[in-house]
Design a protein around this ligand. Structure first.
Ligand code: NAD
Length: 424
């Protein structure tokens, strides 16, 4: 493994530091105006809320939550809501900024936001989860809305959570406001294809990368970390497209079959057992072993900081396609670049989710709903053209794909900021 001097360990543990390191590099290469640099580096708003909840046993518990709005320059803020014991304000700040850059990379008219509640949903009843969601919504009510900030699902939140947020907001507004959140159930104004959109977006950019790198699809081995909304859909669609998905994992561990996993059967197993672990037609392995397996395409689709200076030298994949936000640290980037890994960075690769969310928001406001084929076709157009734009930009400016994506995004947000000017 090449030797790397770690100058700042927080770059490997704090997602906000990791995001800022990439922002700084891209801003320097763009020769960004110093004032704009300060402006774009800072979130627009950070809200901390405390959420009192009467638990099922009668105990009063208080949870802490956040909503960070990074940018409103290109349109209303857009970003998911995460429920996890690991949620921190710095993580929310990073994820909110990533949403700004992501929406700019795929050129949709939103800025970035992110929210989260520090809680462990696996230890909560459905009724406790609903109370947390409704009170959290009530606490952030003043800063969200179809023209202000539109939440969506993220880790441990789903269509049901979005339905509760929509209902709570609507009760306060005294009318149904379906466009206040995306990722809703279909019957409540959700979009066809939204649930699958992030995984489908990964398929689109992987297909483009395969063409670009001349990979032969039927033999292409894929490894996926995380088998939730993003990872499981990507596994299913890649399997259908002829890729050989050889390993998948969730928080409890992974499974491996070098001949290829039967993904529909893995999905059935997960439905029954709530984990991929124990799937009979595969060997068990740990999450760290999984990341280091020989394969052509590695998709981290779980959480941040999975590929670091400690394991990047052992990553064997030819293509790293980031389904998760921030799965790779800046130090790992350097090592992977030396190894010639082709990275499809998070702010491009997983932008299918927010792109379909944009479609959902448009449909809710029109009150007219599209066929799934139309959603997928428009999603494909945006993902493919964004992939080509980033790769062309990288070649033209002699930077890697990640820095190219940041430069494209920052340039767009900076341009809109200059057009709007600074309100004083
Ligand atoms: P999810 O909650 O549906 O699934 C997360 C999966 O990761 C689960 O299988 C979980 O067991 C696994 N996991 C969690 N921690 C892990 C760990 N430490 N090691 C291994 N596996 C672990 O969440 P999701 O919506 O699929 O999101 C996954 C990632 O994709 C997140 O980084 C999220 O921000 C990002 N993302 C999601 C969307 C979306 O539309 N849902 C869009 C863009 C980006």
């Amino acid at each position: 493994m090449p030797s790397v001097t770690i100058v700042d360990e927080t770059l490997e543990t704090n997602p906000n530091q990791a995001m800022m390191a990439r922002f700084d590099e891209a801003a320097e290469k763009l020769n960004l105006d110093p004032g704009l640099y300060k402006f774009l580096r800072t979130p627009n708003k950070e809200l901390t809320v405390y959420i009192p909840v009467v638990m099922d046993d009668g105990r009063l518990e208080v949870f802490k939550g956040y909503r960070v709005q990074h940018s409103i320059v290109r349109g209303p803020c857009k970003g998911g809501i995460r429920y996890s014991p690991d949620v921190t304000l710095d993580e929310m700040k990073a994820l909110a900024a990533w949403m700004t850059w992501k929406c700019a990379v795929v050129n949709i008219p939103f800025g970035g936001a992110k929210g989260g509640v520090i809680c462990d949903p696996s230890k909560l009843s459905l009724s406790e989860l609903e109370k947390i969601t409704r009170r959290y919504t009530a606490e952030i009510l003043d800063i969200i809305g179809p023209d202000r900030d539109i939440p969506a699902p993220d880790i441990n939140t789903n269509e049901q959570v979005m339905a509760w947020i929509m209902d709570t907001y609507s009760m306060h507004a005294r009318r149904t406001v379906s466009s206040v959140v995306t990722g809703k159930p279909l019957g409540l104004g959700g979009s066809r294809g939204r649930r699958e959109a992030t995984g489908r977006g990964l398929l689109f950019v992987i297909q483009e990368a395969a063409k670009h790198l001349d990979l032969k699809v039927p033999r292409t081995a894929v490894v996926i970390q995380g088998f939730g909304n993003v990872g499981s859909v990507a596994a299913e669609l890649l399997g259908q497209a002829g890729y050989r998905v050889v390993a998948v994992s969730d928080v409890q561990g992974g499974i491996h079959n070098a001949r290829g996993l039967d993904i529909p059967r893995v999905l059935q197993h997960v439905q029954k057992h709530k984990t991929v672990v124990g799937f009979p037609e595969a060997e068990p392995l740990t999450n760290s072993e999984l990341l280091e397996l020989p394969c052509e395409i590695l998709i981290p689709a779980a959480t941040e900081n999975q590929i670091t200076s400690k394991n990047a030298g052992r990553i064997q994949a030819r293509v790293l396609c980031e389904g998760a936000n921030g799965p790779t640290t800046p130090q790992a980037d350097q090592i992977l670049e030396q190894r010639g890994t082709f990275i499809i960075p998070d702010i491009l690769a997983n932008a299918g989710g927010v792109t379909a969310s944009y479609f959902e928001w448009v449909q809710d406001r029109e009150g007219y709903f599209w066929k799934e084929e139309l959603v997928n076709e428009r999603l494909g157009e945006i993902m493919v053209s964004s992939f080509r734009e980033v790769v062309t930009y990288a070649e033209r400016h002699r930077v890697n794909n990640r820095i190219a994506a940041y430069m494209l995004a920052i340039d767009r947000v900076a341009y809109h900021t200059k057009l709007r000017g600074i309100y004083a």
